[in-house]
Design a protein around this ligand. Sequence first.
Ligand SMILES: Nc1ncnc2c1ncn2[C@@H]1O[C@H](COP(=O)(O)OP(=O)(O)OP(=O)(O)O)[C@@H](O)[C@H]1O
Ligand SMILES: [Mg+2]
Length: 237
Amino acid sequence: MNSDYVISLRNVAKHYPIGDGRFTALQDINLDFSQGEFSGLVGPSGSGKTTLLNIIGSLDSPSEGTASVLGKNIATLSHKESAQLRNREIGFIFQVYNLLPVYTVFENVEFALLLQNRSEAERKKAVMDALEWVGLTHLADKKPSKLSGGEGQRVAIARAMVKRPSIVLADEPSANLDARNTHGILQTMKDLNRELKTTFLFSTHDEKVMQYLERIIHLDDGRIAQDEIVHAQSTPT
Ligand SMILES: Nc1ncnc2c1ncn2[C@@H]1O[C@H](COP(=O)(O)OP(=O)(O)OP(=O)(O)O)[C@@H](O)[C@H]1O
Ligand SMILES: [Mg+2]
């Protein structure tokens, strides 16, 4: 397996059993991503975007083919190794950002670090750095119910980035945001991508998100219809 790529997919297919037969959600997926890419999966609802992100995030495994993440074939990892890969190397941002309501913003971000052996002082520094990246240090002690949608999604970005993962997978992160907040969070992610060399992979329907992507992979009925390098506008409107 080629370890020059942070993500390598070879002939990946995903089938789901239905009735007597099976439904093919992904087929003939061959993709490589280098460190620091800022790319996205686009395509109609049901085209397989979330399924593919879940395979790359080792939340799911391919029915056929191989998916390698940071040089590891995810199908061969033990339960523990796969959990370690997710805990250390992969940050997830979802459409519904699932902040824990009884905890503060600080605690929600810190939560990602409790699975790692870090001292309280190290955790505090890491959380405050992550909140600073997204411009929310002043809201550290607030509960999620007191935040706007854009602020909540920023906390979700901080939570994904606090571990300084190699890869961030963002599944329709702008679905609940207005235009201003969408541009704000995309600019923040782009800045983190440049500064920390984090590899970002989105799924999106949103033209506003697409403006920021450097590579767009079109999925159609579980297959790659087009894989294009685009030049992101430096200041999208
Ligand atoms: N666990 C499952 N069992 C059976 N079929 C599934 C399962 N998960 C997903 N599918 C099917 O696989 C196809 C791809 O689903 P997926 O969620 O990846 O699409 P998507 O591109 O993310 O769509 P959306 O834009 O609506 O989020 C869909 O037709 C879906 O119904
Ligand atoms: Mg989806």
